[in-house]
Ligand binder design. Structure first.
Ligand SMILES: CC(C)(COP(=O)(O)OP(=O)(O)OC[C@H]1O[C@@H](n2cnc3c(N)ncnc32)[C@H](O)[C@@H]1OP(=O)(O)O)[C@@H](O)C(=O)NCCC(=O)NCCS
Length: 204
């Protein structure tokens, strides 16, 4: 069956969290890196459809959610929304004091620290020029089939309809396949860091 692409529905969230986990180690399966299978999804998938409805799209087939793209049109507003609405209950759910690093290579402690990190609002020229940002993840069985291109096409169309002037994203240095994908789709590399790259696309 050819995967359908459709706007996110609330019932998609568990499937999206699974995709997030199974692609969360620089594009590879991160299941072994987390004792709590929801932590990655809480950070990288869950907040987007809640904060900015209409900019999350799901690819699904008969087996369920195969992939998704989630985005916000305005990263400044999104960060403020996280600080007011998303992080406080998660900080309560995941107390820092209980997040001990067991020293076995699992990353739960790092994600809980991320949830507890308060980022004061700051002017950011990247956010001004490229206000939107996104995350896209597809399970291995859906990769290399044009689904990533289709999901991005739907998202870019939705961002343009809203008059958003540009979109940025981060890609880790350990994920050269994703970097090649973004370049192929017309993104350019704006910044290179030791951890990876910031890539951008004009939507004007
Ligand atoms: C990265 C990802 C979203 C790409 O989606 P995809 O469905 O596999 O890619 P598509 O089949 O739509 O490919 C689109 C284009 O990108 C190119 N491309 C895709 N993956 C590539 C790779 N690993 N290396 C080189 N080019 C690649 C394709 O050749 C294709 O080019 P064409 O349309 O001009 O022929 C998907 O592989 C994925 O989810 N990977 C795991 C999670 C991940 O890494 N997410 C990104 C985190 S920053």
């Amino acid at each position: 069956m050819i995967a359908d692409i459709r706007p996110y529905q609330a019932f998609d969230l568990p499937g999206m969290y699974r995709v997030c986990l199974r692609t969360g180690a620089s594009g590879q399966d991160a299941t072994a890196q987390y004792r709590d299978p929801d932590l990655l999804g809480h950070v990288y998938a869950g907040p987007y459809p809640a904060a900015d409805p209409g900019l999350s799209f799901v690819a699904a087939d008969e087996q369920g959610v195969l992939g998704y793209v989630v985005a916000t049109a305005d990263s400044h507003t999104f960060d403020a929304w996280l600080e007011t609405n998303w992080w406080p209950p998660l900080r309560h759910r995941y107390p820092l004091a209980l997040a001990v690093d067991p020293g076995d290579g699992t990353q739960d402690r790092q994600r809980v620290e991320q949830i507890h990190t308060v980022r004061p609002p700051a002017p950011d020229p990247l956010y001004d020029r490229y206000p939107a940002h996104l995350h896209i993840d597809i399970l291995p069985r859906g990769q290399g089939t044009g689904l990533g291109r289709r999901l991005m096409g739907v998202l870019v169309g939705a961002l343009r309809e809203r008059g958003v002037r540009g979109v940025h994203l981060s890609v880790g240095g350990a994920n050269p396949g994703a970097r090649a994908f973004y370049l192929r789709l017309g993104f350019t590399e704006l910044e290179r860091h030791d951890w990876g790259s910031v890539m951008v696309m004009d939507l004007d």
